[in-house]
Ligand binder design. Structure first.
Ligand SMILES: [Zn+2]
Length: 351
């Protein structure tokens, strides 16, 4: 049954920014269950059961959009794999979420349950549908004590995540003709110390509750003001910092400011995303991990788990998709994994 829903979701294209049709389908699907209250905001949806005080509240969360891409075998099953754009990332997870919501017609849940499906995950953070839901329904969503975000993890539980900062390191010089460099100051040359420091920097492991996260800092872009025969007056290096889940945004920013000071650069932050808490002490997660034999892994990349974490909601990634299939041409998902993810969550969440 979960596979039938997945096939349906795959048949509705939902490339970033075009989620209306799939949101319409999911909204009416969820409204088909009279035990759920359903809220629609733009192309994002919140559905929840009656909220009984004294019962823990758990959410299943998924994004509805995909990246653009091609698939020659859309809707086909070959060797136990179902093909389609977004099959792994993350319509398989969305299908599990919808099937569990449907089961609630006949069975009760052990928890107050939220089902959250949102638009625009695969683009800039400012447009992110989950962010919009939090800005409008923050009070309601704060009732959630724990969330499973069903991003592709091959059914491993991925805990925590690194924070992300992008910052320009700006070196100022003085413009001059390159035949008479002594009349100016070369801004590019001033960046030498920073580039040397970065090239010698090793990934820094942070062990946390038995999981290892690697903090990394890299130059990813450069820009300048000048020209071929000009001593450049400005040189900028974009630094991409992936910082440990043990650090706050403020601490991480302070470290970069200190580095800027040391190498003589002005620092301009362009993007700051929080890290996700390593929430192995959350009682719902503890119970889940004690009951089911699932792999527990650290999350080295950034996901919306961090956004939930920032709102005070502990969350992990746990989804049936195969991470290596995400954003691939001819994307597929292993049907066995979808059924397994569904079986585990159903057993855990429902009575
Ligand atoms: Zn995804």
């Amino acid at each position: 049954m979960v596979v039938e829903i997945l096939k349906k979701l795959i048949s509705i294209p939902s490339v970033y920014g075009n989620e209306k049709e799939i949101a319409d389908f999911c909204e009416s699907f969820l409204k088909g269950n009279p035990n759920l209250s359903v809220i629609r905001e733009s192309n994002s949806i919140i559905a929840h059961t009656h909220i009984e005080p004294g019962r823990k509240t758990v959410a299943l969360v998924g994004h509805l959009d995909t990246v653009p891409g091609e698939n020659e075998f859309t809707g086909e099953i070959r060797e136990g794999r179902l093909y389609g754009l977004g099959a792994s990332d993350m319509k398989a997870g969305d299908a599990v979420l919808l099937q569990i919501a449907r089961e609630l017609r006949e069975r009760d849940s052990r928890f107050n349950l939220f089902f959250i499906l949102y638009e625009k995950e695969e683009g800039p953070y400012e447009e992110n549908g989950l962010k919009l839901l939090f800005s409008k329904y923050g009070e309601l969503l704060k009732k959630i004590g724990f969330a499973f975000v069903l991003e592709p993890t091959d059914n491993a539980v991925q805990v925590g995540c690194l924070g992300v900062i992008h910052a320009w390191f700006i070196f100022k010089g003085k413009r001059a003709h390159s035949a008479r460099p002594w009349e100016g100051e070369n801004a590019i040359h001033k960046g030498g110390e920073l580039l040397k420091y970065l090239s010698e920097l090793k990934p820094k492991p942070y062990r946390f509750d038995g999981l290892t996260y690697y903090e990394v800092l890299n130059a990813t872009m450069v820009d300048y003001k000048g020209g071929r025969n000009i001593i450049p007056e400005e040189f900028r290096v974009n630094l991409n910092y992936r910082f440990s889940p043990t650090k706050s945004e403020e601490e991480a920013k302070r470290e970069l400011l200190k580095l800027g000071n040391k190498v003589g650069a002005e620092v301009e932050f362009t993007d700051v995303s929080p890290s996700g808490r390593v929430c192995l002490d959350n009682p719902v997660l503890k119970e889940f991990l004690s009951r089911f034999k699932v792999k527990v892994e650290p999350k080295q990349a950034w996901t919306d788990v961090a956004q939930l974490s920032k709102m005070g909601i502990d969350a992990v990634n746990f989804g049936p998709g195969q991470p290596h299939q995400a954003h691939q041409r001819n994307e597929w998902v292993e049907i066995k994994k979808v059924e397994e993810n569904y079986r585990v969550l159903k057993e855990f969440l429902l009575k």
